[in-house]
Design a protein around this ligand. Structure first.
Ligand SMILES: [Zn+2]
Length: 264
């Protein structure tokens, strides 16, 4: 019989907690390590539909990327969205585990999955975001097998991630060979990408003045969205958990969630 604790041990091997940023809140956030688990649902966000599905389809544990408790909990009011979700989880006895920036940084985690998905040569991939880590960090840097025109690369990212559009910031005429990336929200690394000689940078949540800085630095930026740059890890993580916990527990990946942003 599998307990939450066993899943936590497997997750610690996949995304060691020591890799999490200081401000983060990964780990078991709802439930107890001794809870019994027969079915696990893997997803990006724990939102209302995920909680409803967990109840309906008898999942005892959710493994999510984004922590459902993040900024500190001052109240548990069930008339407000956060309290309503947590209340429903507790009533249904559904445990929630989060692997956030530790899964971003981990080998084979969110950033490696993104790098492979957008067509980078995986033999060229190196860590990127932090200078004090040798093997793992937020973000990756890597090369395309062949140089491409920037807009053609933006098209490629769009198609590989299956999104309706990406936002493109031109860094001039340079071809794209060396690519920096940071899944989710990575505009803070634009300067670093430029400094490290990247031709293009792929991330989400880019704002107007970030775009302005990138253009001035001659760096192409492709904002493919927070959701689309992270969602690919969900299926991969579910597969890894299935392998690790073979035969002992059923694991499903959430393929129903959508980006909150739509193109109108
Ligand atoms: Zn994220």
């Amino acid at each position: 019989m599998v307990k939450c604790r066993d899943v936590m041990d497997v997750m610690e091997r996949i995304a060691p907690k020591r890799l999490a940023e200081d401000w983060d809140n990964p780990g078991l956030l709802v439930g107890s390590p001794s809870d019994e688990v027969r079915r696990i649902l893997v997803c990006l966000d724990v939102h209302e539909k995920i909680v409803a599905r967990a109840q309906e389809e008898d999942f005892q544990m959710i493994v999510a990327h984004h922590p459902i408790i993040f900024r500190g909990l001052k109240k548990l009011r069930t008339d407000l969205p956060d309290g309503r979700l947590l209340g429903a989880l507790l009533r249904a006895g559904v445990a929630v585990f989060a692997a956030h920036t530790n899964l971003d940084s981990a080998e084979g985690g969110v950033n490696d999955v993104l790098a492979a998905r957008i067509g980078l040569d995986m033999a060229s991939i190196a860590p990127f975001g932090k200078v004090d880590s040798l093997s793992e960090s937020l973000g990756r840097i890597g090369k395309l097998p062949m140089p491409m025109k920037a807009k053609a690369f933006a098209e490629q990212v769009k198609n590989k991630l299956g999104v309706a559009n990406v936002r493109f910031v031109s860094g001039g005429n340079r071809l794209v060979k060396k690519v920096g990336l940071c899944s989710g929200s990575g505009a803070e690394f634009i300067e670093r990408a430029a400094m490290l000689g990247c031709d293009a940078y792929v991330t989400g949540d880019v704002r107007y003045h970030d775009a302005q800085r990138a253009a001035a630095l001659g760096l192409h930026v492709i904002d493919a969205g927070h959701f689309a740059t992270e969602q690919p890890v969900v299926g991969i993580l579910a597969t890894r958990l299935t392998k690790e916990l073979a035969g002992e527990v059923e694991i499903a990946a959430d393929n129903n969630s959508k980006d909150y942003f739509e193109t109108v």
